[in-house]
Design a protein. Structure first.
Length: 125
């Protein structure tokens, strides 16, 4: 019985490898077909069809970079981020913009709206 199990396991493994080889082109085709339209170089992310623009990311990055540099200066540390730190901050900014867009879309779906004063107050924080 042990040899039957080994042979069956080997047969299943071979079938899985063959199936996996056939799945790769199928998955690639689905990924290509799923891309409705190409995004320009000025789009850094897309949330349910809404583009997050590089200019928005750059603007938020500069604000957060200034805050990080001021904090570093106050602590007597280097003010210029390393390339890795700059990349990490950019990714953090993109994540925040994506989160903001998701919240905005959910609010719109629930017919929630903010007054201009609410928006201004949130930007001052």
């Amino acid at each position: 019985m042990g040899s039957i199990v080994k042979m069956t396991a080997a047969s299943v493994g071979g079938a899985c490898r063959t199936g996996a080889k056939m799945m790769v082109p199928l998955v690639a085709l689905l990924l290509i077909a799923g891309c409705n339209r190409p995004h320009g170089a000025d789009v850094v992310a897309s949330v349910n069809g809404h583009s997050i623009m590089r200019a928005d990311m750059d603007r938020m990055y500069q604000v957060q970079l200034g805050q990080a540099q001021a904090q570093a200066q106050a602590q007597g540390q280097a003010q210029e981020p390393s390339p890795e730190q700059a990349d990490s901050l950019r990714l953090q900014v993109v994540r925040e913009l994506i989160d903001q867009e998701i919240v905005a879309q959910r609010a719109a779906k629930m017919n929630l709206s903010a007054t201009p004063e609410d928006v201004d107050a949130s930007w001052r924080r």
